[in-house]
Each structure stands twice: as C-alpha cells, then as structure tokens.
Design a binder for this molecule. Structure first.
Ligand SMILES: C=C(O[C@H]1C=CC=C(C(=O)O)[C@@H]1O)C(=O)O
Length: 396
C-alpha cells in the first residue's frame, strides 16, 4: 500500500503500517483526532529536524459524507520527507525494508459505466437545475459527481499512477492513502503553527481547439456563472474558518489556476489562528470547514442531502479531506479530487479463474447553479477525469 503526499517534488511518502484507525459516521473527525492525539501521547519521539511533518505522521483520508463511507488514518512504519531543501527519514519501531520492486505497468485499460453513467449524470444535473430554479433562490448551488470504472489487464501498481500523475500535474498534490490515488489541485487547509492556508477552487473551463489558454482564462474570469459558483465556495470556506482566526485574508476576486486538462478560478486564503494548539488542530479545523461549497453546495444543509438523492451513489472518500497530520496538529489536507479508488489491485490467485487485472473507480464532479447547461457539465466532468485516465494509460 502506497502512502503519499507530494507536490513539486516535496512532501511525504510512507510505507508499512505501525498503527491504523478505521472509522465512519458523523464523528469521524473527532474519532480521528482523539485516536491520533492518544497515539502520539504514547510515542517517544527523537526528532533532530523539527519541521512540520517530522516525527510521527498519519496519512489520512476521510469520507465525504457522514454516511455511508469509511475513513482511515495510517501511521506508517517509515516516512521520508522533503521540504525546502531539507530531507529526513522517520522510522517507527523496527522499520521494514522499502518496496524496491520495479514499477509494474497496468497493461491495457478498458472503461465501463460506474454507478452513475454520463447519461444518468446529465439527468441528475437537469433535475438539480430544475429544483434550484423552482426554489426561488433558496437553493443556489449543488455539486454533483459521477464515476467511471477502469479495468486493467495487468495488476494495478499504485506507484505507476503516482509517478504519472506527479509528472503531469506537478503543481497539484499527488496523494495515495489506502487505495485512493489522485492529484488534487485544491487545498482544503494547511496548518503550520499559527498559520493556516487554503486554496479554494470552483469555476472551470477547459482547452478548446483554436483558442489560446489566455483567451479561455479571460473568458473564465468574465463568466458570471463561474464567478457565482466560485464565490459560494470561497465564502463558505472563509465563513467557517473565520471564527478560529485572529486574521484572515481573502482576496476579493479570484485568479486563474492553469492545469493541463482544465483551468479553474482560484482563491488563496491565508489566516492566523487565534488559539493553538488544542482548539485548532488540523482535523478539528477540517471538520469545521468540510464540505465547502466546492464539493457540497449552498446552502450546505440543503445541498448535501440532495447530492446523495440525485447521485444515488456512495462517494466514499472522493471529495473528502485527504493528506497528513503530524503530532503537533500541523499538516496539509487537500480535497480528494481528480482521483480513483482502487477496488481491486489484482484478481490473480485462488478462484480468480486466471484473470490478473485490477479495477479502479474514478470520480469527477462539478458545481451546478441555476444557469448550468447539462451538456457543458457533462463535458466538464469528462475533462476532470482525464488526469487519472491518462495516468492509467501511461499517456505522455
Ligand atoms: C468537484 C470537483 O471539482 C471542484 C473543484 C474545482 C472546480 C469545480 C467546478 O468548477 O465545479 C468543483 O467545485 C471535481 O473535480 O470532482
């Protein structure tokens, strides 16, 4: 099992499992926080480096919804880290040897509908638009997603996916936690002592033949539909984070983040915590802000129940917080986007009938507002599925 959180060649990679928590339900954040604090209280740490991410670190991935969905924290036996030119290695107990097997290719990849096909997704979008228009302005945004299943002819090696994602999406956070693998451009929260940071994304455009990226970026910035989608997401994060902060800086207009497959409206939020560490450990803060309107909707309490009704699928840990936390409550949590859940690494072995391939469920979603056009929303999620599809296919 790979454990990873890497951006621009920096971050953390872990292997082995010294301790693990599986939890679920509405208390998943408090369970995770309590377990982690208690565990850290029992570990004698010898840390000569002293940076965030040194000492014991748990990789975590939490379910999007209160239910269904399982959440996990893993304390690896070995963690290697790199930040600002400093490299370190942390071992817990008798560290195992790293997995030095060569990276395996997944062979040919074929796709089949997941629980919500593109056609069903289009219908769900149409229904969301109808409900929003009929709500007379009450329901303003719902983020809907669909899934796609990829089957590989050879066993699935997570490292193959990670390597390809990191090569093509270096400015995203490439992650792997308990079989959820992806490269997210969205940072839910980073906490470093008193400092907190978030990168809120919402509002999307994608490359079109005959148009330059500059033209597309200018149109995105000018689009009232995308600006409103974005404003809901940025406001939801700021509103929930503000009570924890003595200072919070939220730019009044978004910038454009350019990725290979899509362009997004982006707002980088920065704050200073009023109180640290007990009331504002990273998991506690994440519980307060999740789900932002980048993956939930507006108002949250109406949008979130509607998501499960309209999608009719279990998002699992897609769109939930993913990343790492250290013993001081510092860490980085992204929103698990542009990712796939590995459901089967290999069918080789007893009872497999000779088949040897893997299976991964890919997810992508988009913010729906009253003036969303269903066909464009379908095109948007197809563009957002590209990173994992191309990584699986080994497209250079
Ligand atoms: C929900 C997803 O994207 C979110 C993040 C950026 C832009 C989004 C949008 O424009 O709809 C979404 O809010 C996803 O990639 O599955």
């Amino acid at each position: 099992m790979s454990l990873s959180w890497v951006r621009e060649g920096q971050g953390l990679v872990g292997w082995g499992c010294a301790a693990r928590l599986d939890t679920s339900g509405a208390d998943r954040f408090t369970d995770a926080d309590a377990w982690w604090r208690q565990l850290c209280g029992h570990i004698d740490v010898d840390d000569a480096v002293g940076l965030p991410g040194c000492g014991p670190v748990a990789f975590t991935s939490l379910a999007f919804a209160d239910r269904p969905g399982d959440s996990v924290l893993v304390l690896p036996e070995v963690i290697t880290g790199e930040r600002d030119g400093v490299r370190w290695i942390t071992t817990i107990g008798d560290a195992p040897e790293p997995d030095l097997e060569p990276v395996r290719q997944p062979g040919t990849v074929s796709y089949s509908d997941g629980r919500l096909s593109s056609t069903a997704y289009r219908q769900a979008v149409t229904e969301a638009v109808r409900l929003m228009r009929e709500s007379g302005g009450e329901l303003r945004k719902v983020v809907l997603a669909h899934d796609l299943v990829a089957n590989t002819s050879e066993p699935l090696d997570e490292r193959f996916l990670l390597h390809n994602l990191a090569a093509r999406y270096a400015n995203c956070w490439t992650f792997a936690v308990d079989g959820l693998v992806g490269a997210t451009p969205e940072l839910l929260l980073e906490r470093r002592g008193y400092e907190v940071r978030s990168r809120v994304l919402a509002g999307t455009a994608w490359p079109h033949p005959g148009r330059t990226d500059d033209e597309i970026a200018a149109e995105l910035l000018d689009s009232a539909k995308n600006r409103s989608e974005h404003a809901y997401a940025a406001e939801s994060l700021a509103e929930k984070l503000r009570p924890f902060c003595s200072e919070l800086s939220v730019p009044t207009s978004p910038s454009v983040l350019r990725l290979r497959n899509v362009l997004h409206l982006a707002t980088d939020v920065e704050g200073k915590l009023a109180d640290t560490p007990d009331g504002s450990g990273l998991l506690h803060l994440a519980e307060a802000v999740h789900p932002t309107a980048a993956v939930g909707g507006t108002p949250t309490e109406d949008a979130v129940p509607l998501i499960s009704e309209l999608e009719g699928m279990d998002r699992g840990r897609y769109a939930g917080p993913v990343g790492w936390i250290d013993g001081a409550g510092n860490g980085e949590l992204g929103i698990a986007l542009r990712c796939g859940q590995i459901e089967q690494q290999s069918t080789a072995g007893a009872g497999s009938g000779g088949a040897r391939g893997g299976r991964v469920r890919l997810f992508a979603g988009g913010g729906i507002v009253p003036d969303s056009e269903p066909d464009l929303e379908v095109a948007e999620v197809e563009a957002k599925l590209l990173p994992v599809r191309e990584a699986l296919e080994g497209v250079r």
